[in-house]
Design a protein around this ligand. Sequence first.
Ligand code: NAG
Length: 275
Amino acid sequence: MFSLLAALLLAVSAQASVLSVQNARFSLTGPKSMPLRSEPLSLLYAASPPIEVGPKDLLKLTFQIVDKETGKGVQPHQTFLRFYDEQTREEGIQPVRVTPGGKAKFELNPSKPPLSLPPTPEGYPLNVTIIIGSSLYEPISAPLFDLVLPRSQPAPVDPLEAAFHPLPEIQHTFRAPHKLPPRFISAVSAAVVVAPWVVLLGLWSQVAPSPTRLFSPSVLPFVLCLGAFEVLLFWYWVDLKLGQVLLYGAGLAIPTIFAGKQALSSIGNKRVGRK
Ligand SMILES: *[C@@H]1O[C@H](CO)[C@@H](O)[C@H](O)[C@H]1NC(C)=O
């Protein structure tokens, strides 16, 4: 229990460890090492005015990274300078080598610029930020200075860039609805289609003998059974599977057989005049 607490305390204190950047300063020298400007840097605000580096100048940046509590030099896992152009939103990240004693030196020679520098065709100032990352310390990200570099070639256009532009919005077009003929013509056509049935039913009613015994008690069960078959087939058409239809049909067949036998014998009896 005690060791766990101690480990926790250690973790908390390790988490809270803070780095500090000391003796940060830059020096700008012109052609033939003529000193132009040399100032200490603070991590609290960017040096002003912006540092203007001519084509033949040399900018040197030095600093030391120390543990704020012990004052000992620290070599963090990652140390970067970030160059950011607010106008074009181009940025470049330049790793900085730090010695085990925490000392770091960075030189910028515009005639041999590092590849990570964003292009500055318009000569906008770059915001230079220092970024320090370490697993044992709080991270640091602080502005150092603004930097005006000589104008450079514009950034080359990536050949793939053309493929990464928004395409025109896809507008869904639905097929135009079918054109319907005028209502009157539809109605006349429907009447023509239905007319033969009207004629047929009308003539049938003249010639067909009316089913007199359809509803007599001895025939009605058979008629109901046949109706049930019709319902079953309709149900099959709507919903049922063939196996179900065969099963229900087999069940229905048994009463139908008896009802049919009874109906036929009652009709037969009527025909021959018995009873
Ligand atoms: C970046 O640099 C420009 C020019 O010096 C300055 O006006 C601007 O405030 C800087 N931006 C940041 C975020 O420091």
